[in-house]
Design a protein around this ligand. Structure first.
Ligand SMILES: C[S@@+](CC[C@H](N)C(=O)[O-])C[C@H]1O[C@@H](n2cnc3c(N)ncnc32)[C@H](O)[C@@H]1O
Length: 344
């Protein structure tokens, strides 16, 4: 019998190895469970590195402080693989690497005031004025970072780019949450892949400590993540053939793009109860971009269920709910289909 119940999912509690499948955990992540300590020991300070590249700095730092905990973020799959391979070679158990952007991760994966440091070594400088909005170290990020740092914790920046340095200093000052400190960088900071590249070209390198003052920060509401995937129940039947064209809908500060609808291959026995369509969608939100599948399945004789598929471990955000909404609205344009319940 076809299972037409809306998909539910179970969160993981821990995972072994340096790669953390963060999408499958509750947010914020319980970092004490990810880095267990034995006996009366207390968990060591928690450090975050944004854009670890090939991970050589992460590895050096984690090797020299085995009692401290290091979380690295990357958006590049190639860098993630290099970082993982470097961490595995040294068999380090105090490092976790995640493929996720900093904006989303700092906001959702860390509880308030739990991080001791946030390292940003050689961030992409986005030198053109019209691209400045893509720079990581903007006032909004400093405010978010402060909300996750312990008082006295710091954002640590290394860069070869004097304009980026001046920009970051200005943005931190606007936040009024950081004290700017001059400091000697740990030697390994100027020995990352990019540091060595810029040194070879004779470029000067800069280091800046932004110390969180402990002043109150903005609060950031968490994501509401139901155990049941967003879905809608409809009455009616899928017609044997329909035309579908790409649709872009603004949703929750982002966009839902429905690219195409694909029909499953079924037996040619006239029974449409096992029939399923998949709509491939991109969900773009300010801090997270996801590729998702929304399914449309037959439910009994004359019913349909529309739901977000668990494929790819999507994070249920307002705009992924929007993808289910967009598919539901599209189905309502077809003859004799009506909505019964919307659960998204
Ligand atoms: C210029 S490289 C520097 C890499 C490394 N830190 C080093 O010094 O060799 C910048 C890195 O940041 C990563 N990155 C850019 N934006 C990011 C973001 N929002 N979150 C996480 N990583 C990011 C890029 O994929 C890239 O690997």
């Amino acid at each position: 019998m076809l299972d037409v119940a809306p998909t539910t999912y179970a969160y993981l509690k821990t995972s072994s190895g340096p790669l953390l499948p963060w999408r499958r955990f509750r947010f914020p992540i319980g970092w004490d469970e990810q880095f267990p300590v034995s006996g009366p020991l207390r968990p060591g300070p928690l450090h975050l590195e944004v854009g670890f590249g090939d991970g050589r700095y992460t590895v050096r730092r984690a090797s020299s402080a085995p009692d401290e905990r290091f979380v690295g973020l990357e958006i590049s799959s190639v860098s993630l693989q290099r970082g993982l391979s470097n961490v595995r070679k040294r068999d380090l158990n105090n490092v976790k690497l995640l493929k996720v952007g900093a904006g989303f991760a700092v906001r959702h994966l860390f509880a308030p005031h739990t991080l001791t440091s946030i390292t940003v070594n050689f961030p992409d400088p986005w030198p053109k004025e019209r691209h400045e909005k893509n720079r990581l170290l903007q006032t909004a990020f400093f405010e978010l970072a402060a909300s996750r740092l312990v008082p006295g914790g710091a954002v640590l920046l290394a860069t070869d780019h004097p304009e980026y340095l001046a920009f970051a200093r200005g943005q931190a000052r606007v936040s009024e949450l950081f004290v700017l400190e001059e400091a000697e960088p740990p030697s390994a900071v100027f020995e990352t892949k990019y540091a060595l590249k810029w040194k070879t070209l004779g470029k000067p390198l800069f280091y800046q400590v932004f110390r969180y003052s402990g002043l109150p920060t903005p609060e950031y509401p968490g994501l509401e993540r139901d155990k049941t995937m967003p879905h809608a129940l409809l009455s009616g039947q899928l017609p044997p053939r329909v035309l579908f064209s790409k649709q872009v809908t603004p949703y929750a500060g982002g966009h839902v793009i429905l690219h195409e609808a694909l029909q499953s291959l079924g037996a040619d026995d006239g029974d449409s109860s096992g029939e399923k369509w998949l709509v491939r969608a991109t969900v773009e939100e300010p801090e997270l971009r996801q590729q998702v599948l929304v399914s449309v399945r037959a439910r009994g004789e004359r019913g349909l269920i529309v739901g977000l598929e668990p494929f790819g471990d999507p994070v249920v955000t307002p705009a992924t709910r929007g993808a289910v909404h967009a598919v539901t609205e599209w189905l309502l344009t077809l003859p004799a289909i009506e909505v019964e319940t919307r659960s998204y």
